[in-house]
Design a protein around this ligand. Structure first.
Ligand SMILES: Cc1ncc(COP(=O)(O)O)c(C=O)c1O
Length: 454
């Protein structure tokens, strides 16, 4: 079947989703609450989730490999998490104190146990807020105002990092000296100029670019496993640590995807590299909104208010500009920290089994593609991977990924959607502890059916 025929079949099979989408488009731009949630001709509207499974408004069931783009590492609605939430409210009564509470520090100590590079931390409400605060922190600490990010890497939806996330390589300049391209309307040339774009896994070129602009660049921010797909090489990771230290540039590892997914101590544990700052999100919130900025004590201490309060007009403090401002009504939300803590405790018991099942699924997928004469790679680390249809033996950069056969992968994804496997076309695979061997068997059988359909 052609891609168009598969998409037509998908549309015909999902009339209730189509109707819900068309209605939503009247009220919500694009019918979606986050731009990444769209795929053609319309996304599925879900109504229930249990374990590894999602059910859509047409009452089709799917094994879910999106898992809300990563957070649901225990699957949908894990009983212990639901119970811990009920218990929390039964014991404590309120949703929110609006004051410090002890769980903030208990959770902080649990994070520090797994991330020894984190000496202090602050809570945010999302990964985006965490990377944003990392960047302001780096600027405050170094007194420099540019940042460097890698071509292809995603760090959330704000101006400094909405640069060259998915650039057209024909317009993005030389692979070793990429040009920064905007990824949103509303980004000025001045903002673009403040974000330097680096080539991933090319230490020599990065060293040259960083050295030239060392007096202006506050920090290098990176996804250690780009897109959940392409891991940094160990030499590259260590090399970036060494060169940033040498040049007085901070290293920020964005572990929003990789934290508690690559290992319990994130990619920094896997690579044995301690960054200056770490951003966390997704898994640590058990499916609720959360983020963390963690890092060196001397850097994070800058957020201590030292008597300044910018919202207290009786206290016009001369020290405000010396303090790193960070605030938020919902920061350190007790119900979320409680559910996140339970999630980490469960993962401490079940992580190894999760990794073993991820490897089983990856090798099963590779074997099936090979049986049908198609060469694929399943790159990624830990409980996250991708399926890349490519002639290459290894992929190391955004530009390698761009050379892959997206058409075949997309056809497979629509054929899988028609056979009970949910992934956004061309998205990475996230695994959960609810993806048991039975679920993997179902998935591999669905792959067989999808190949027959193609
Ligand atoms: C590496 C990375 N950083 C930051 C973010 C932004 O996190 P959030 O969507 O929670 O704002 C994401 C989201 O996918 C991410 O993958």
């Amino acid at each position: 079947m052609t891609l168009d025929a598969l998409i037509n079949e998908y549309a015909a099979k999902n009339p209730a989703s189509r109707k819900a989408y068309e209605k939503a488009c009247n009220d919500i731009p694009g019918g979606i609450s986050a731009n990444v949630k769209y795929f053609a001709p319309f996304p599925l509207f879900m109504k229930e989730g249990h374990g590894a499974w999602l059910t859509d408004v047409d009452s089709h069931s799917y094994v879910d490999y999106v898992l809300s783009y990563g957070p649901l590492i225990l699957g949908h609605g894990r009983t212990e998490i639901l119970t811990s939430i009920e218990q929390y409210f039964a014991e404590h009564g309120t949703m929110l104190y609006g004051t410090p509470h002890e769980l903030e520090d208990i959770f902080a100590r649990k994070i520090k146990e797994h991330f020894p590079g984190i000496e202090m931390l602050r809570y945010t409400n999302s990964g985006t807020e965490a990377t944003l605060l990392c960047i302001r922190t780096a600027c405050a600490f170094t007194g420099k105002y540019k940042i460097a990010k890698f071509e292809g890497h995603y760090h959330g939806g704000f101006n400094e990092v909405l640069v060259s996330v998915n650039p057209d390589v024909t317009k993005a300049g030389d692979a070793r000296h990429p040009i920064g391209l905007p990824e949103s309307a509303g980004i000025s040339d001045r903002m673009l100029n403040d974000t330097v774009v680096l080539p991933f896994n090319d230490l020599e070129a990065c060293t040259e670019i960083l050295t030239k602009q060392q007096d202006e660049i506050a920090a290098v921010i990176m996804e250690p496993v780009f897109g959940g797909t392409i891991p940094a090489t160990p030499e590259f990771m260590q090399g970036i640590r060494d060169i940033t230290k040498k040049l007085g540039i901070l290293m920020i590892i964005d572990e929003v995807k990789t934290g508690f997914r690559v290992t319990l101590g994130g990619a920094q544990e896997y690579y044995h590299v301690a960054p200056d700052l770490t951003a966390l999100g997704k898994v640590i919130g058990a499916g609720f909104p959360v983020g963390i900025v963690g890092g060196r004590r001397d850097i994070l201490s800058m957020a201590s208010p030292k008597g300044s309060d910018i919202l207290d007009s009786s206290n016009i403090s001369a020290s405000a500009a010396e303090v790193l401002y960070h605030s938020g009504t919902y920061n350190g939300h007790p119900m979320i920290l409680n559910a996140g803590l339970k999630t980490i405790e469960i993962l401490e018991q079940e992580f190894d089994a999760l990794l073993a099942r991820t490897e089983r699924l990856k090798s099963g997928i590779r074997e099936l593609y090979a049986k049908h004469g198609i060469h694929v790679l399943t790159p990624g680390l830990g409980s996250m991977f991708n399926v890349v249809v490519t002639e290459l033996d290894a992929i190391e950069t955004y530009r390698d990924l761009q050379k892959s056969d997206f058409e075949t992968r997309k056809k497979m994804d629509y054929a899988l959607l028609l056979n009970g496997i949910y992934n956004k076309p061309c998205n990475r695979y996230n695994m959960s502890t609810a993806h048991t061997d039975d679920v993997i068997d179902f998935t591999l059988e669905a792959y067989e059916k999808a190949f027959r359909l193609l």
